[in-house]
Design a protein around this ligand. Sequence first.
Ligand code: ADP
Length: 545
Amino acid sequence: MLGLMQNQPLLISMLLAFAERHHGDGEIVSRRVEGDIHRYTYRDLAGRARQLANTLDKSGLGQGDRVATLAWNGYRHLELYFGVTGSGRVVHTLNPRLHPEQLVWIINHAEDAVLCFDMSFLPLIQAVHAKCPTVKTWVALCDADKLPEGSGIPNLVSYEAWIGGASDQYVWPQFDENSAAGLCYTSGTTGNPKGALYSHRSTVLHAYGGALPDAMNRSARDSMMPGVPMFPVNAWGLPYGAALTGCKLVFPGPAMDGKSLYELMEAEGVTMAAGVPTIWQMLLAHVQGGKLKFSTLTRTVIGGSACPPAMIDTFREDFGVDVLHAWGMTETSPLGSVSTLKNKHLKLPAAQQMAIRVKQGRAICGVDMRIVGDDGQEQPWDGKTYGDLQVRGPWVMASYFKGQSPLVTDQNGVRWFPTGDVATIDADGYMQITDRSKDVIKSGGEWISSIDIENIAMAHPAIAMAACIGMPHPKWDERPIVAVVTKPGAEVTREELLKFYEGRTAKWQIPDDVVFVEAIPLGATGKMLKTKLRELLKDYKLPTS
Ligand code: ADP
């Protein structure tokens, strides 16, 4: 017997319609590529998204056709998020930090029909457009009078001229909630980019899940700044999540340096921000350097790579800002887990609470996770036993776009996505990432967590960034070394740093060497690129004694 409830498909247009009707005057603030500040409301957003939908209909784009974006965080990009998906097309967010050849490969693989780009990427588009035959329309995200002449790009229009003549009246079509809505390729940190194709259903459920109090705790009282760009994983789903709650949205545009972020946060009363650790490192350096305070920020979501405990500590102790350490992947929309305390933890001493906060956290309802051994058997939740992390749920990918399904089936026929991460899970369900399986260091048959080694170095006051990798060793197979970048003006010797490890980790886990480098190579989403670091250190030899 079926229930007798309305069968309304979960569509992204529903989020926008809600925001317009119930939070019509809710503010959306964007720093534009031109440097000025643009302000409008959810009502304006909805009207312009409808103009865009009419434009796409008129240009003959079919259901499921891809509209690509190459743009910073801002209101026009937001309109594309809603107008493209709401009208039944797929918004494909491209990462401008990728190598041009990789971009060309992705555009052709995705068969993008339209490509909308911020003017800062004009030279990049000029360099690649001839190699992208599927793109029929190039749209510069600018006013009509800012369109460059003689750009050499055929069928180039300005966004404002493109949507300008269209009506802002439009009835959002109703279709299967499993229809494709968003396409995002992995940044290729560990291999060739692969496309994750989100559906309306997965996007809406992910927006609900992410708003939960034990996830990001988002509400209409928030002023939210996505410090994570809108190209990796839809800025972690924050724009959709914002419409679901009607919170104020603050977009930093291309100005992602510490000073610009801080000034915008203070000016717009940002209460919640989200981004990868490298962004917050720049922000903290600015705030500490200027002896400044956060006057409205209450919490920041940090994920994408392991957040050093020292950063969580600084935010909490020096600035009264809670860090929500989160884990996720392109393939998981991305939110999988967030570290928040349980009721029984509230009376624990601060140090014990901290030991929980630094973990990658508990699964959000909707995501199930487990760890398995080499034989595929589930491992105990004791907080010590390592295993390969597997996840499943309605916003976890089933198959790559035009590719294979990586899912594995357990003995009960349940299908899991293997994350490629190695983790422990404790009795309370808190997951902690030890490493990516490719980065695990195996010394004398024992695993050493590169994240643990990096976190200790990062706790040293002179260290700005640390990356630990394994080096071949004749006796132990591999031994860890740590490559470090020192803070400007700070000094530390190899011996001092190695001494700093004593008492902070088991003796055999202390790195064999410290390599001082000017910078650690970062990937397109601001994560450390250990593949590149290994290449740079290919001639390195471990000390013999
Ligand atoms: P790519 O695989 O190209 O780097 P993703 O953004 O999908 O692109 O990366 C997901 C990976 O990032 C995870 O599998 C995990 O290794 C890492 N990651 C994400 N969040 C965290 C976190 N909080 N702590 C440690 N690692 C994390």
